[in-house]
Design a protein around this ligand. Structure first.
Ligand code: KG4
Ligand code: ZN
Length: 344
């Protein structure tokens, strides 16, 4: 019989401090999230140095609160997992240093988790977890990736963005439209009021073969429409532009997902990362998979954006495979997903 394990997860790669405890018998026992949205709002985006300093203030109290919520002490924890990359270097170093040091002090193993592997595995925290193999669409603020997944750490990158990530395109377009940070969800909300067919934006890189993405041209097309709408466009015009932008991103992602499924011959799709919370994207991908007679899996909303639960879960999988960290504190602002080792 395999001994049940329990892992503390620490996420500090960007503007959210996320802490969780995952037990492979009980599931997520506790998770806490502190968002820095208010801190960065005045600047219209994440200020890396402020993010690092805030993680320093929040991480340890949040770990204490999470242990208390789960009714655990350090003796109940089998390992400490932290996001080691990719992300903002200073922000990563806070979680990596605290995680590594805590593991040393507690005499437990430390596990360095790849942030995108965390996102990728987040749907496995749900009751109906996807089985391998599947195609994963990872759409976050920093990455847009299509990946063939044959197991944990068995990742083949099928396509990625050659410029802006999908979430980044949402955020930059939101800024152009005068929406406050964090722009992506606000733009999505505005798009709900929009009328289809008024504006038509390109579906970049869908007319030629391949699975890569490009979103910077779409952002420019949207910027032009915003300019043409004049200094004070009506709320309906703004909503129509937001709707057309969102529809172009969603269509582009759906076209490439279908292509990836056909190319791999697979019929399971996993969608994760911040943009996977987008209701329009979910509706379209669910419809696509219904048409293909396949299945689509998402994390619940709170595990779409950054959180500690996905890091604790991914950390436990790697701890089981004994993929543990030496004493050095490791953090990588850039870290290709397909460099990870397979766990079996
Ligand atoms: O995964 P995540 O929390 O952080 C990164 O790893 O980057 O993703 C954040 C991204 C941001 O760009 C945000 O605007 C976008 O996800 N996002 C959304 C929605 N919710 C979050 N984009 C579109 N629609 C949403 N509902
Ligand atoms: Zn993320």
């Amino acid at each position: 019989m395999i001994k049940p394990m329990r892992v503390l997860g620490i996420e500090t790669s960007c503007d959210e401090t996320g802490i969780a405890i995952y037990d492979d018998k009980l599931g997520i026992m506790a998770h806490q999230l502190y968002s820095q949205v208010a801190l960065h709002a005045d600047y219209g985006g994440v200020v890396p140095e402020l993010a690092s300093r805030d993680h320093i203030r929040k991480t340890i109290p949040l770990i204490a609160a999470t242990l208390a919520e789960a009714g655990c002490t350090k003796d109940d924890i089998d390992g400490v997992a932290f996001t080691a990359g990719p992300g903002l270097m200073g922000a990563l170093l806070v979680g990596a240093t605290i995680g590594r040091s805590l593991a040393f002090a507690w005499d437990k193993p430390a596990v360095a988790v790849h942030h995108m592997e965390g996102h990728l595995l987040a749907p496995m925290l749900e009751e109906s977890a996807p089985e391998f193999p599947f195609v994963a669409l990872l759409v976050s603020g920093g990455h847009t990736l299509l990946v063939r997944v044959d197991g944990i750490g068995r990742y083949e990158i099928l396509g990625e963005s050659v410029d802006d990530a999908a979430g980044e395109a949402f955020d930059k377009t939101a800024k152009l439209m005068g929406l406050d940070y964090p722009g992506g969800p606000r733009l999505a909300k505005l798009a709900e009021q929009g009328q289809g067919g008024v504006y038509q934006f390109p579906r970049p890189m869908t007319d030629k073969p391949g699975l890569d993405f490009s979103f910077s041209g779409l952002k420019t097309a949207t910027a032009m429409a915003i300019n043409e709408a004049g200094a004070q466009p009506s709320e309906q015009t703004r909503a129509n532009i937001a709707h057309a932008f969102q529809q172009a991103v969603v269509d582009t992602l759906a076209i490439k997902c279908k292509r990836a499924l056909v190319q791999t011959g697979l019929n399971r799709l996993v969608v994760a990362g911040g943009v996977s919370a987008n209701t329009s994207l979910r509706a379209q991908l669910s419809e696509l998979m219904q048409g293909l007679g396949g299945e689509v899996f998402y994390p619940r909303n709170e595990y779409c954006t950054d959180n500690g639960a996905m890091i604790a879960f991914a950390g436990l999988q790697r701890l089981r495979a004994n993929d543990i960290e030496p004493l050095a504190v490791r953090a990588r602002p850039r870290w290709p997903l397909d460099e990870l080792t397979a766990v079996d």
